[in-house]
Design a protein around this ligand. Structure first.
Ligand SMILES: *Cc1c(COP(=O)(O)O)cnc(C)c1O
Length: 401
């Protein structure tokens, strides 16, 4: 085993990136995807669609390559995409942005999150409040930035945070309140009350709100309400999104950050040394996507709602307790009616028992809190209808232990 010296090893271990013996840990997503391939099970684990996004967007990327958009983009992004993001925020939410100063194009929402956290926090005294379970990169980025993660639990079955618990987690040490709405992995959409409380607490303790809204167009009973549109929020909110989930183009890794010019510049200062810029031909294509007619965006939401309903029917037939997602790609179930006591072990057996793959919710929590989520499993509905019908059938005929 090669010894990796110094602070990086500590932070990486803290973030769960390294095992105690120093080896790197394959993520549960990689492990479960490999299990799906090995067993022929349907992969409802990792959240990527199994069909490509709109033809007009695909064509625009091909045209961009043919027309020579193949060298570095400007650091903030091509002006046309900056303008398209600003138009999108105005069109859907009434948010006015200066495209040159208040928008930044990133390599997916992932880079936007990493650059934002690295820009805003840097010592163990800096606290980042997150809702737990959380998207796995949050804890890793907080650890890599050297700050302290302060999780606020979301509990089965509605996964709305307790407001008192939230209020006690936010203090004058809180630099960032990190929101993800609609929420991965739970499929919840935060209530207005929760969003208002986040804004109130951010004001009271002078914290910055960072909001990851990659599922903004996958709210089943819309419209989506960005936290930045609440009174008093815009001056201290950085909003992050990406074309990956909206356009079923997760491999394109084209995202953006919007918000006050000084905060966006701080993110740019870090981002320019992470990747400098992303893939140029994707930028004009995502601009085409953002300008698609309303009917496209409405169909994205209604199709995903129908898929979640189909998946839910299969999961109920299998005997799971099923939560009701309000958005995103995901549905969470409680597997205890099927005898599960340890979702990790249950998910490892599931391909053989049911021919489908899910992800234990313990993959999205800090190690000390795993027991609070020990029987919960996340399934992804972002697959073709035929695949979901097949999965529902397999689940309904699931073999009992
Ligand atoms: C998929 C996802 C991301 C990553 O988005 P990219 O644009 O692929 O980097 C970020 N946050 C959440 C909650 C996600 O589900």
């Amino acid at each position: 085993m090669r010894h990796i010296p110094g602070a990086w090893q500590r932070t990486a271990r803290g973030a769960g990136l390294l095992a105690p013996d120093g080896s790197s840990v394959p993520t549960i997503f990689a492990e479960m995807s490999a299990l799906a391939t090995a067993t022929g099970a349907l992969n409802l684990g990792q959240g990527f669609p199994d069909e490509d996004g709109p033809e007009a967007v695909l064509d625009a990327a091909r045209a961009a390559i043919s027309s020579g958009i193949n060298q570095y983009a400007p650091g903030r992004g091509f002006p046309d995409l900056l303008a398209a993001v600003a138009e999108h925020q105005q069109r859907f939410y009434g948010i006015e942005l200066d495209p040159q100063r208040e928008v930044l194009i990133t390599v997916g929402a992932t880079e936007a999150l990493a650059a934002t956290l690295l820009a805003l926090v840097d010592s163990p005294d800096d606290e980042v409040v997150v809702f737990e379970p959380y998207y796995d990169s949050y804890a890793a980025c907080v650890a890599l930035s050297g700050a302290t993660l302060v999780p606020v639990p979301l509990r089965w079955p509605d996964f709305q945070p307790d407001l008192e618990r939230l209020a006690s987690a936010v203090t004058d040490r809180t630099r960032v309140i990190l929101v993800n709405d609609p929420h991965n992995p739970t499929g919840t959409v935060f209530s207005r009350e929760v969003l208002h409380e986040v804004v109130r607490l951010a004001h009271r303790h002078d914290a910055i709100i960072v909001t990851d809204e990659v599922y903004e167009h996958l709210v089943f009973d819309g419209p989506h309400v960005p936290i930045a549109t609440l009174p008093g929020a815009d001056e201290r909110t950085l909003s992050i999104s990406s074309g990956g989930k909206t356009f079923s183009l997760t491999g394109w890794k084209t995202g953006w950050v919007t918000g006050p010019a000084d905060l966006v510049s701080a993110v740019l200062a870090v981002k320019q040394y992470l990747t400098y810029v992303g893939g140029s031909p994707f930028q004009p294509a995502i601009a085409v996507g953002l300008r698609l007619p309303d009917a496209f965006f409405a169909s994205v939401a209604s199709e995903m709602a129908a898929k979640a309903a189909l998946l839910g029917t299969g999961l109920r037939a299998a005997g799971f307790d099923v939560s009701s997602p309000a958005g995103s790609y995901f549905t969470v179930v409680d597997a205890s009616p099927l005898g599960a006591t340890d979702a990790d072990a249950f998910c490892r057996e599931l391909p053989a028992r049911a021919g489908v793959v899910g992800i234990p919710l313990t993959a999205f929590v800090t190690p000390e809190h795993r027991s609070d989520y020990a029987t919960l499993v996340r399934f992804a509905a972002c697959k073709r209808v035929e695949v979901l019908q097949d999965a529902a059938g397999r689940l309904a005929g699931m073999t009992l232990e």
